[in-house]
Design a protein around this ligand. Sequence first.
Ligand SMILES: Cc1ncc(COP(=O)(O)O)c(C=O)c1O
Length: 465
Amino acid sequence: MEIHIDTEAGRGRREEIYRQIREAILDGRLRAGEALPPTRELAERLAVSRNTVSAAYDRLTGEGFLEGRVGAGTFVRTSRGSARAARPAEFPIETAPVWERVRLPSLTGVRAEFDFQAGIPDVGMFPFDTWRRLLGGEIRASAASLGYGDPAGHAGLREGIARHIAVSRDVRATPDEVVVTSGAQQALDLIGRVVLRPGDRVAVEDPGYPPARLVFEALGAEVVPIGVDAEGIRVADLPRGTKLVYVTPSHQFPLGLPMSLDRRLDLVAWAGKTGAVLVEDDYDTEFRYHGRPLEPLHSLDSTGRVVYVGSFSKVLSPGLRLGFLVGPASLCRVVAKARFVTDWHSAGPVQAALARFIDDGGLVAHIRRMRREYRRRHELVVSLLERDFAELTLIPSAAGLHVSAYSSFATEPVAARALRAGVLVNTLDEYAVLPGRRPGLVFGYGGIPFAKVEAGLGRLRDLLR
Ligand SMILES: Cc1ncc(COP(=O)(O)O)c(C=O)c1O
């Protein structure tokens, strides 16, 4: 145990060593069985004589706090204290008001017997064996990925991502137009950091993805919520002077509908006219169950105004914290600087493992397998909602990990009662900024096994009677 002793504290040095070890034992920082540093080592570190340390240890041993074991060293004998760590008095450091609006997500494991929470993939189907092998291969003495790496991301992974999205989404990019990020969320943060100045106007969808709105607010932007109709964000409502627009065109979050081609073209044309940057968050469209995906904004734009954002949170696992952005190489160079000054880069071995997973064809095979599974759940949820819930109007959706439905009832009391009955569903209100948006429910099926879907919706059905 590396114990910190302050020998400048005024009293005699022997007294200080004695007092500080005793306090550490009493307040629970040192626990029974933990080894103290050998007297010679501690004496050297504190620049005192070995006798001074020995005398302090002897006194503590005499009082029953420590015990010497022949040939093994000196150990803490007793844990008198609970784990009550001594804390300095709370000093009210003032924080920016934006943080009062942020609620941390609950991470308490199983949240409900029937968990229809939106945005959760089935991590139980993660390719565990393959990843153990890939990561194991990277945690070895010769692995280059253990050193500091390129803030823009592991070169092989940027290449792999560029190839993957060219095929799967028709998003054309060279590796120097790709930056690897810690999830889509960090991509939004980095884009905001390099594009926005405090007070700049950012438009977001309403209802929309709260972490996106909050990250732009935290960067000092004025965030304006814009309504969404059956075709997507209302481009006609975008205010003058908007610097950046954040949208989810493939699978609007949380409504689930795709942005129509006309609306996409309107948005790209509007950005061309106004000079705004468009951020296209394509977080879960690898899971498409029918129909052809519409052109990404990134492909419809010829002026380099669209920054495309992707994530491996849904296709693989959110815990890997891997995502990416695609933008002009000039922007990516600045984003890499912002990445360097915030946290340098994502974990090297994890990036390298993903690069190999993509190269070996593992990612495509995994997506195919997960798509089959999610398609079953999607079809079951849709058919049960259509059959049993006359008070819900399903919002058409052909992709992703959730479907939403407008409701003819106030959703908050229903969701609260459902949770008490073991069914977790989100409400559209949770994602709305302005009051008065249409009420509805969101049904995520990534976190609930196929076999439990019918019973879960049945229980919700009973509550609505
Ligand atoms: C709209 C949207 N964007 C992005 C993400 C993924 O975020 P990340 O890659 O930071 O885990 C989610 C996850 O729920 C989401 O709903």
